[in-house]
Ligand binder design. Structure first.
Ligand SMILES: [Zn+2]
Length: 273
């Protein structure tokens, strides 16, 4: 029985290898893009029904404009893009599978201008394009599947229930710490890099990306949502600075250069301490 599970897991792994466009990283994805996108679309409807869309038409148009420019240079995944600005103090932004993007007004003071917003949106769009959500789901499926196989294997070998529980506990802890967390950090760095490439290709000055993370690190107090899911602002700013030569070359090749774009109105700016 355990052998059947393990064989099935290996077969799935071989069948499900994909490559991330732009970094060449190999990833294992057991879910289908169609399923991920359908889930993304229904989750988006759900959120929009609960949150308050901004009634600032001019700012919504800026979000839409930056989003369209990024989407135009990102690899084509057949996404049906949607960009919504939500009126909320939450310092947050995300892109669900299928290209459903939400920006919270609370993050705009850290963006300061269109290029800063492009850095945030490019990063979020990169998570969806690189199918990080599907990859995380697949990791969960694999870890759960391996856990079942381990339990069955121990039952078949007549391992004492208390020993079995200990091994299963160790396995659960190990999979949490050893598999899930480092992967999510590598996803963050990959999204930073891809997002930087998208913003440069879209014609926004890529030098603003590390500056966004610096502002974010120095101005954020407490643990805003975006910070808890995006740790190490300082280190990320350094990594983005290290990629500036490559990004600057892409920016120079962009059909049009917008520089920093529009600076946001006063109500979306934050006084630097
Ligand atoms: Zn992220």
């Amino acid at each position: 029985m355990a052998r059947v599970f393990l064989t099935a897991v290996l077969a799935l792994l071989l069948a499900a290898c994909a490559t991330v466009e732009g970094t060449g990283r190999q990833q294992v994805i057991l879910t289908s893009a169609g399923m991920e996108n359908a889930q993304g679309a229904s989750a988006y409807r759900e959120v929009l029904s609960q949150e308050k869309p901004s009634n600032d038409a001019a700012m919504q148009a800026v979000v839409e404009r930056v989003g369209r420019r990024l989407a135009a240079v990102a690899p084509d995944r057949g996404f049906e893009w949607e960009f919504t600005l939500l009126e909320s103090d939450q310092v947050n932004a995300w892109c669900l599978p299928g290209g459903k993007v939400a920006i919270y007004t609370g993050i705009l003071p850290y963006c300061e201008n269109e290029a800063g917003l492009a850095a945030v949106m490019g990063h979020e769009i990169a998570h969806a394009i690189a199918r990080h959500g599907g990859e995380r789901m697949s990791q969960g499926i694999l870890v759960a599947g391996t856990g079942v196989a381990l339990d069955v294997y121990m039952r078949e070998r007549g391992v004492e229930p208390t020993d079995r529980a200990m091994w299963m506990g160790a396995f659960a802890l190990g999979s949490q710490v050893g598999v899930m967390l480092p992967f999510s950090r590598s996803h963050e760095l990959e999204a930073d890099y891809l997002g930087l490439v998208y913003m440069a290709k879209a014609g926004y000055d890529p030098a603003e990306a590390p500056r966004f993370w610096q502002r974010f690190a120095s101005l954020s107090s407490g643990t805003p949502e975006f910070l808890s899911t995006h740790p190490d602002s300082g280190r990320r700013s350094d990594a983005l600075s290290a990629e500036q030569d490559r990004a600057a070359a892409l920016y120079q090749q962009a059909p049009q250069q917008y520089g920093l774009g529009e600076t946001f109105p006063a109500r979306y700016r934050k006084a630097t301490p």
